[in-house]
Design a protein around this ligand. Structure first.
Ligand SMILES: Cc1cc2nc3c(=O)[nH]c(=O)nc-3n(C[C@H](O)[C@H](O)[C@H](O)COP(=O)(O)OP(=O)(O)OC[C@H]3O[C@@H](n4cnc5c(N)ncnc54)[C@H](O)[C@@H]3O)c2cc1C
Ligand SMILES: *[C@@H]1O[C@H](CO)[C@@H](O)[C@H](O)[C@H]1NC(C)=O
Length: 467
């Protein structure tokens, strides 16, 4: 029996555990975290990170960084030589390269806009923080352990009314504590079960919470790349192609990462294009016109190793004014780091609520978002903050932390902000992945329209900086 069982050792689950153990009000709670895969590479990263960047990289908002510094205490364990602060975003439109939305951090009254950091750097810093706090009997991490079933001990003849009675009046009764069955054969009963178990969340299914949304029929292709040299401009670049946005985000020195959102067909092609051609294809994607790109894709579709495509790209690039290339575009990409390409299906989803009696959902288990503004993991951090706040208040008032009376304030605080962010990114995606003339014209002008209360620029700033 545990006070809190957290399912999932991703960024959300480990953050929650570290935040609970950092708070004087919640640290006495007995907590067990269960992760299906091995966390060995995460622990190894703490001692000896790999030479090259791993391909799962996120953009952290200043708010998330502050949370890690002040509430969770893991920021000190982040490998600082592997993060990159950036203060500028240049977003532009493939239909009209001159239609640009540029903004820097000073426009929102801040020094930095966001920070690029590997997922594993975040996870390992959280393990580092937990080690520092001391892993005693009240803190258990079981990795390589899958949750195979979750059941409720409640008899079916007990209806919701009786359930509420149990919750509110006794509080101490374990009659309704969910039972988590593990692949190791063990079972754990939880006063509060928290699903940090990602998009397919078994906890959400157990709780019968509806999640609404849609697939974008789009994949995000990620890769680690090398730029020609280190760019001291610290700019995140994003070009909106009709197939989806292509972003180049800076890492330390001449390293960078890309997210290229595109159709199923194109994303498959991007994964199989010869690794020595791939950098040129990114350069083409960041600069050339859509008709030229289509021609280049079709050449590569016939033969992904067709090096003749390099001449085609070079010839088209040579028509662009050198000075403009240097000033208005990212530096050329010169290398793809071996085996760093991967693709992920993109979707929007939002759970109707994040709580049920003795259950809470956090992170991707509660919501998934298009990565064009780099918000997914940041939203999970904000969830963790609100959930820990709710639990602290519940404990102060002597309430049962598994009761909806305690958990409801978590939803009330976290849900509306997430919903707004989901809407903003969905709109941006829809507005940009169309080549429908009038919309293209309007977005080029960055004007207030398209049924949006704000301009495209305002939406972008709000989304990327998380304000
Ligand atoms: C291409 C791409 C780019 C992105 N870029 C950004 C960005 O720039 N900024 C940003 O903030 N976010 C970004 N995101 C989103 C971000 O990666 C996710 O929001 C974040 O990783 C979710 O973390 P999580 O801990 O909630 O879930 P996950 O990382 O999915 O973790 C869930 C964990 O639960 C475990 N689990 C599931 N089921 C079980 C079970 N039955 N038993 C045991 N364990 C189980 C899984 O093994 C997994 O480790 C991006 C996403 C994509 C796809
Ligand atoms: C990034 O690039 C530099 C120089 O090319 C290299 O020395 C460094 O180790 C690279 N990787 C990381 C993870 O910093």
């Amino acid at each position: 029996m545990q006070d809190i069982v957290v399912i999932g050792g991703g960024p959300a689950g480990l953050s929650l555990l570290a935040a609970l153990k950092s708070s004087p009000k919640t640290r006495h709670l007995s907590c067990t975290l269960i992760e299906g895969s091995s966390l060995q590479s995460v622990r190894d990263f703490l001692v000896e990170p790999p030479e090259e960047y791993t391909n799962r990289v996120v953009s952290l908002t200043p708010k998330s960084v502050e949370f890690m510094q002040q509430k969770v205490g893991n920021w000190d364990f982040i490998k600082q030589d592997r993060v990159r602060f950036y203060d500028n975003i240049v977003a532009y439109d493939s239909q009209d390269n001159d239609a640009r939305i540029e903004f820097d951090a000073t426009q929102i009254g801040a020094g930095v806009l966001a920070v690029m950091c590997e997922n594993i750097n975040i996870q390992s810093s959280l393990i580092g923080r937990l080690n520092e706090l001391g892993m005693d009997d009240s803190t258990t991490i079981l990795d390589n352990t899958k949750v195979i079933d979750i059941t409720s001990p409640i008899h079916h003849d007990l209806d919701q009314h009786d359930l509420n009675e149990i919750d509110v009046n006794s509080g101490k009764s374990d009659l309704d504590w969910p039972i988590v069955k593990l692949s190791t054969g063990e079972s754990i009963q939880a006063r509060l079960l928290v699903g940090c178990d990602g998009y397919n969340s078994p906890v959400r299914k157990f709780a019968g919470i509806e999640s609404r949304g849609w697939q974008y029929n789009t994949f995000g292709v990620v890769a680690t790349i090398k730029m020609q040299y280190e760019d001291h401009r610290s700019i995140g670049w994003q070009r909106f192609l009709s197939t989806g946005p292509l972003a180049i985000l800076p890492l330390s020195e001449d390293n960078a990462t890309i997210v290229w959102s595109s159709t199923p067909w194109l994303s498959e092609l991007l994964l199989k294009v010869n690794p020595d051609i791939f950098p040129h294809l990114i350069n083409a994607g960041m600069t050339l016109e859509e008709v030229d790109l289509k021609y280049i894709y079709s050449m590569l579709d016939k033969d992904p190793n067709d090096f003749k495509v390099l001449d085609e790209i070079q010839w088209r690039l040579s028509k662009i004014d050198i000075k403009s290339l240097e000033e208005n575009y990212p530096l050329p990409v010169v290398e793809l780091i071996q085996n760093s390409r991967a693709r992920f299906p993109l979707k929007l989803s939002h759970a109707d609520t994040y709580v049920a009696p003795r259950v809470a959902l956090v992170g991707d288990a509660a919501h998934t978002i298009h990565p064009l503004a780099g918000q997914g993991l940041n939203m999970g951090q904000s969830d963790v903050g609100f959930l820990v706040d709710a639990l602290e208040k519940g404990i102060e008032r002597g309430l049962d932390i598994g009761s909806t009376m305690v958990l409801d304030s978590y939803v009330a605080n976290a849900w509306p902000g997430n919903h707004m962010m989901l809407g903003v990114c969905d709109k941006l995606h829809k507005v940009f992945t169309t080549d429908f003339g009038p919309v293209v014209l309007l977005r080029g002008l960055g004007i207030k329209s398209l049924n949006m209360a704000e301009s495209v620029k305002d939406l972008m700033i709000k989304a990327i900086s998380g304000r």
